[in-house]
Design a protein around this ligand. Structure first.
Ligand code: MGP
Ligand code: SAH
Length: 355
């Protein structure tokens, strides 16, 4: 596949080269075909005008490549990194990149508009099998990997821990990639809800938590402010066969909260982007779009039982204090969440959700 991709890139390059060579040819022939009475200076002027034209055309071609195929180029840059990581895991040969391998998500923190779907096809699992006799023919990266590339590759590598059915066509957007709750964690959180209970997922995103609550047998009201994400979440819920268990609501949780009632509220608000862990202690006022106290109080209007998914560097003293906002104080329990021994976040359980 990489070979095909390289071939595609080569084709583009050879087109650029061909057109350049055509213009070089033109320069030469123009020179030879000049009528005898044409002065040397006019020939030179023509040549330099053509040269300027070529330079502009080349510049355009390069810009075009950079803009249109940037994801594809990033994929090429990322592939050796993925391969090296797999080699380190003592795989004897590299994994062939599947035909439908899709580029990682767009660079984080760019001005690129969020998209409802950045993938269209499902990778074929059979292509991911090792091909023992195949020598790796991955290109060396032309440049050092940027932090954005590294981040994009990192989340792509986590796709199956975010959604085990990812290969069936799960869709994500940039924010979804870095904020979806990994499936094993979402399943453990959902296990605290009573089956057949009514759950409000206040910040539903691309559906990571709503799907697991629904799979548990709960009826879910999934609130999400971004209509595009609601479409992604609905699509993903369909893949998991739980679409009928979820009522999707496009709206601002803080506006909707006073008019909602449920058995349990699940809160996984924005943490302020992937840079949330740049501070040694994450305080509750850093949560978005409103601080943790305002958020918790809004949730208390809906249900006594509350579950919050919080950054791993959160100030636990502040989190426990939330249970004192109720009189008598709510039962409280906190849990560190790991995926493959990596610390991902902390879940705080309040009320009957605490064990
Ligand atoms: P992470 O720390 O960005 O990734 O997010 P990771 O892979 O643990 O980083 P590394 O340091 O191990 O390389 C870890 C998990 O936190 C993600 O899988 C999300 O579930 C969750 N998460 C991250 N962010 C930035 C958010 C967020 O803004 N909101 C919510 N609700 N969850 C988030
Ligand atoms: N738990 C989700 C991820 C949630 S990320 C999952 O597993 O997929 C936080 C989400 O909150 C983002 O999708 C963001 O669009 C949404 N959001 C931000 N402000 C909101 C608000 N005021 N009301 C509802 N949703 C909001």
């Amino acid at each position: 596949m990489i070979a095909q991709q390289l071939l595609a890139i080569n084709k583009i390059h050879s087109r650029v080269l061909l057109s350049s060579s055509w213009f070089y040819f033109q320069i030469l022939t123009t020179g030879e075909d000049q009528p005898a009475n044409t002065s040397l200076s006019s020939v030179m002027a023509k040549r330099s005008a053509t040269a300027v034209f070529i330079a502009r055309r080349r510049a355009k071609a390069v810009t075009h490549l950079r803009n249109v195929t940037h994801r594809f180029l990033r994929l090429l840059a990322a592939s050796p990194k993925i391969a090296r990581r797999r080699q380190r895991q003592r795989h004897r040969s590299l994994i062939a990149v599947p035909a439908s391998f899709r580029p990682p998500p767009p660079p984080l923190g760019t001005s690129e508009k969020p998209r409802c779907a950045i993938q269209s096809r499902t990778p074929s699992p059979t292509h991911e099998a090792e091909t023992p006799h195949q020598k790796p023919k991955l290109p060396e990266p032309a440049h050092e990997e940027s932090p954005a590339d590294a981040a994009a590759g990192k989340y792509w590598a986590h796709r199956h821990s975010l959604f085990s059915l990812y290969d069936r066509g799960v869709r994500m957007d940039a924010e979804g990639w870095y904020s979806a709750t990994p499936e094993p964690i979402a399943a453990a959180q959902a296990a605290r809800a009573a089956p057949a209970g009514l759950v409000v997922d206040a910040f539903a995103g691309v559906g990571g938590n709503s799907i697991q609550f629904a799979a548990r047998g709960c009826y879910v009201i999934a609130v999400e402010i971004d209509p595009c994400k609601v479409e992604l979440a609905r699509h993903n819920a369909r893949i998991y066969g739980v679409e009928d268990m979820i009522e999707f609501v496009v709206g601002d949780f803080f506006r909707l909260a006073p008019s909602l009632k449920a058995d349990l509220v699940f809160l996984s608000p924005p943490w302020g982007g992937p840079s949330y862990n740049q501070t040694p202690i994450y305080t509750l006022d850093m949560l978005k779009p409103k601080d943790g106290y305002t958020l918790f109080q809004a949730a208390q209007k809906i249900a006594r039982d509350i579950i919050m998914f919080l950054p791993r560097n959160v100030d636990m003293v502040q989190v426990e204090e939330l249970s004192w906002l109720c009189s008598p104080p709510l039962d409280f329990e906190s849990e560190e969440n790991y995926v493959r021994h990596r610390f991902k976040g902390i879940t705080a359980y309040f009320g009957n959700a605490a064990r």
